[in-house]
Every structure is written in structure tokens, then in C-alpha cells.
Design a protein around this ligand. Structure first.
Ligand code: IMP
Ligand code: MG
Length: 422
């Protein structure tokens, strides 16, 4: 079993790496997160953006599970599935939804928007999909789970209405939008009918796949520094994006995991607020000018910066990464000099580990080592030795700095632009 996850702040190119790896897989499990994610996959010039459905769905021989650690907005999931059907991708009998997954309901989106507004300048910059409030209800033990979509409608609607009433009561005092239940309920009723045939016991299904020796990929969403425990708290998402989350989210034990592929960009990006030591406006300007680095879920321009080896080394250790999948190398093709952050200068000291408090990050300045750029396109490379010598030297140095071997390289969005190291 292989876990594929992000080593930075998300958008590392996991969708593309997973799509290539899924060519040899039987199953792809999505362990955590919700439709805050946006995984972009390009096949033969056709672009697919997946939010909750695992990328494996684009390979006809692969089955997919949205596991219990994920949160599911039923209405949005249905429209995602219908979008796939419209493009000829079959999902019935191939896509499974764990009854254990928690539901994202309209009030969660209202709370997400309301609390962001209240935070003002200190806002997290969430995707507004209601993810945090849905996980908050889960932790508070008042959430509804996907399995409840199979209840007779009078009972399911009673449970939803009860929560909407509580929400509307609080909303009056807290200045959140209240929910007018009727329209939302109709949509949820339709979605619940549509999703019923997809429901399953996610843990039993995962165990069966493990015990029959299936080739399984666990797909991480977001990235290590958006993890609720290990990220740049509070500027994080509300799930566990690290390797531990792959286990709790699916019910697969840690001993079943043989391989952990850490996906990362040859530079760094982040969407939303929060610390970013190597952020660099000039690099952002350059990448945006190339039409790169716009969010696939919200369309926001991503913040951009240099590769941060302090962060990635932490991520390698947190996740037990066995190999790196380095993407977006081609974004650096035009540069003469490429800085890489090897330490943080902080209150007169040099840090090799990131600080704990988000506020302390403001005092960190990057210590850069400068690498020579290769100044030629890498997008045509199909093997490691096709890459310019300076690009190979850059990648090998990053691998040494973060203490993990290179496994996969990617120089563009197409399937054929991803190849193995060596
Ligand atoms: P939330 O997950 O919508 O609550 O957003 C919390 C933070 O995580 C914000 O900074 C978002 O921009 C970020 N985030 C959530 N999902 C993704 C993703 O798939 N890629 C990149 N950033 C994400
Ligand atoms: Mg993304």
C-alpha cells in the first residue's frame, strides 16, 4: 500500500502524480478533507478538476473510495459525479462512499463565511466550503454522517432541520447568515437518493482490499503544513493531511503501509493567509505571467516563493517519506539564479526547525543558498538524463537537503511529462 501526500501547503501536483500511479493500482482511497481540494489532471489535452472524487476515477480499471475521514457535501458531490458522467466517466460500481464520512451541510458553509468575515484581517483565507465547521461538529459529536443519507426522508430531514434550527438561533446572536431550509432541503433530498447506491462500510471495504492483496493508493488532500496538528496553526485546514491521517481516515493500519510518496513543487506556493518565509513577489509575478499558479478550486492567485528545505525536511520526517515526487520543475526554466532556503534567521540565531507559534514566523528571515539556473526548457524531458545538468544538480541538492530520495519527476501537466528518477 502506498500513501501519496503533499509536503508543502497543498497544490503540489498530487492529482497528476496519483493519476500516473493509478495506472498500476486497483484502488484509490481518499482519506481526509472535502471539496476544498482541487486536483487537476490533464489527459490528452483534456483537463479534469476533481474535488472530492479520487483521481483514480479517470482510469477505467480503478475503484475509488471516499473514506470515513473525509467530509462530504452531498449536493456538491452529486454535481461532481454528474460532471464526470457527462464526460463519459463511469462511476456506478466503481466509486464508493464510506457511511462513516461526515456531511457538510448549508449551515457549515454559512459559519465558514461568517467566521471569516468576523476575523477580518486575521482571516484564514478558507475555501468557504464549510470544511472547518463540519469537522468542528464531528469533534463536538453533533455531526451527521453519510450513512444517514439512507434514512427514510422524514427522519433524515428531521435530523437536518433540528441542526439548522440550532444554527439559526446562534446565527441571530453571532451575525451569521441564517438558513432558509426549504430550498436546501430539496437539494439534499435529491442528493441523498442519488448517493444511496454509493454508500458502504468504508472500513470493511478497505480491509477487504488490503486482505485480498490489492494494489492500493491512499490519496492525501491539501498538504503537510495545512494539517490541523502539524501545520502553521491556526492557518491550516481542519483535517489531518499527514501520513497518520491516511490511517485514521481509512481504517488501514500503519503496518500495512510500505511506501510514502511525498509530492512537492520545485518551489513553494500557498493559497490563503499565514506564514510563508520564502514568499517572493517577483517569482509570483513571473509564474502568474506564465499563466501558472491560480487555484483550481477558488481561482485565487497562489502566493509563490522559493523552495524551503527547512519545511520540507520536517515534512519528510513527519510522514516517513520513502521517495519524493518533484513537480513543476519547468516553472523555474527561465531563471538565472535559484535561491533555496536552508535555514531561518530568527532573533540572532539560525533555526533548522520551523517555529511553533505562527506569530514567531514573522521574525524568521530565510537563509538562502543560490543555485545556478539552467535557462532552457525542461518540458520535453521524458527521462532523468534528458534534463539539463544544472537542473539535475538542483534536484539532487534538494533531495540531499531534505533527506529523502528522488523517485518521480514532473515537467508539465501531461501524463507523458511524468517519469521516474534514474
Ligand atoms: P479550508 O480547508 O477551506 O478550511 O481552508 C483552510 C486553509 O487551507 C486555507 O488557507 C485554504 O486556502 C487552504 N486549503 C484548503 N484546501 C486546499 C487545497 O486543496 N489546496 C491548497 N490550499 C488549500
Ligand atoms: Mg489543489
Amino acid at each position: 500500500m502506498t500513501v501519496v501526500l503533499g509536503l508543502q501547503w497543498g497544490d503540489e501536483g498530487k492529482g497528476k502524480i496519483l493519476d500516473v500511479m493509478a495506472g498500476e493500482a486497483d484502488w484509490v482511497f481518499r482519506a481526509q478533507g472535502g471539496n476544498n481540494a482541487g486536483h487537476t489532471v490533464e489527459i490528452g489535452g483534456e483537463k479534469y478538476v476533481l474535488h472530492l472524487v479520487p483521481s483514480g476515477i479517470l482510469r477505467s480499471g480503478v475503484s475509488c473510495l471516499i473514506a470515513g475521514g473525509a467530509v462530504v457535501d452531498p449536493v456538491s458531490l452529486v454535481s461532481e459525479i454528474q460532471g464526470l458522467h457527462d464526460r463519459g466517466v463511469r462511476t456506478r460500481g466503481r466509486l464508493h462512499l464510506a457511511a462513516q464520512a461526515h456531511l457538510v451541510l448549508p449551515q457549515h458553509r454559512a459559519v465558514d463565511r461568517g467566521s471569516e468575515k468576523k476575523r477580518g484581517r486575521g482571516k484564514i483565507g478558507t475555501t468557504g466550503r464549510g470544511i472547518g465547521p463540519a469537522y468542528a461538529d464531528k469533534a463536538a459529536r453533533v455531526g451527521l454522517r453519510a450513512g444517514e443519507l439512507a434514512l427514510p426522508w422524514p427522519e433524515l430531514s428531521r435530523r437536518i432541520l433540528e441542526r439548522i434550527r440550532i444554527h439559526n438561533h446562534a446565527a441571530r446572536h453571532l451575525g451569521w447568515e441564517s438558513i432558509a431550509p426549504s430550498a436546501d432541503l430539496r437539494e439534499i433530498q435529491t442528493a441523498s437518493r442519488f448517493l444511496r447506491p454509493y454508500l458502504c462500510d468504508g472500513v470493511a471495504l478497505a480491509h477487504q482490499a488490503v486482505h485480498t492483496g490489492k494494489n492500493i493508493l491512499i490519496e492525501g488532500a491539501q498538504g503537510t503544513f495545512l494539517d490541523i496538528d502539524h501545520g502553521t496553526y491556526p492557518y491550516v485546514t481542519s483535517s489531518h493531511c499527514t501520513a497518520g491521517g491516511a490511517c485514521t481516515g481509512t481504517g488501514v493500519p500503519p503496518t500495512a503501509i510500505r511506501r510514502v510518496v511525498g509530492v512537492l513543487k520545485a518551489y513553494t506556493t500557498r493559497v490563503g493567509s499565514g506564514p510563508f518565509v520564502t514568499e517572493d513577489g517577483t517569482l509570483g509575478h513571473l509564474l502568474h505571467g506564465m499563466g501558472r499558479e491560480f487555484g483550481s478550486t477558488t481561482g485565487r492567485a497562489r502566493r509563490c516563493g522559493w523552495f524551503d528545505a527547512v519545511l520540507v525536511r520536517r515534512a519528510v520526517r513527519l510522514n516517513g517519506v520513502t521517495e519524493l515526487a518533484m513537480t513543476n520543475l519547468d516553472g523555474l526554466d527561465g531563471l538565472e539564479k535559484i535561491p533555496v532556503c536552508v535555514g531561518y534567521r530568527w532573533r540572532g540565531k539560525i533555526l533548522r526547525e520551523p517555529p511553533v507559534e505562527a506569530s514567531e514566523w514573522d521574525w524568521c528571515r530565510p537563509v538562502y543558498r543560490i543555485f545556478p539556473g539552467w535557462c532552457e526548457p525542461t518540458t520535453e524531458a521524458r527521462r532523468w538524463r534528458d534534463l539539463p545538468a544544472k537542473a539535475r544538480a538542483y534536484l539532487s541538492a534538494l533531495s540531499r537537503l531534505v533527506d529523502a530520495p528522488l523517485g518521480i519527476l514532473s515537467v508539465g501537466a501531461g501524463r507523458e511529462q511524468t517519469f521516474r528518477h534514474g
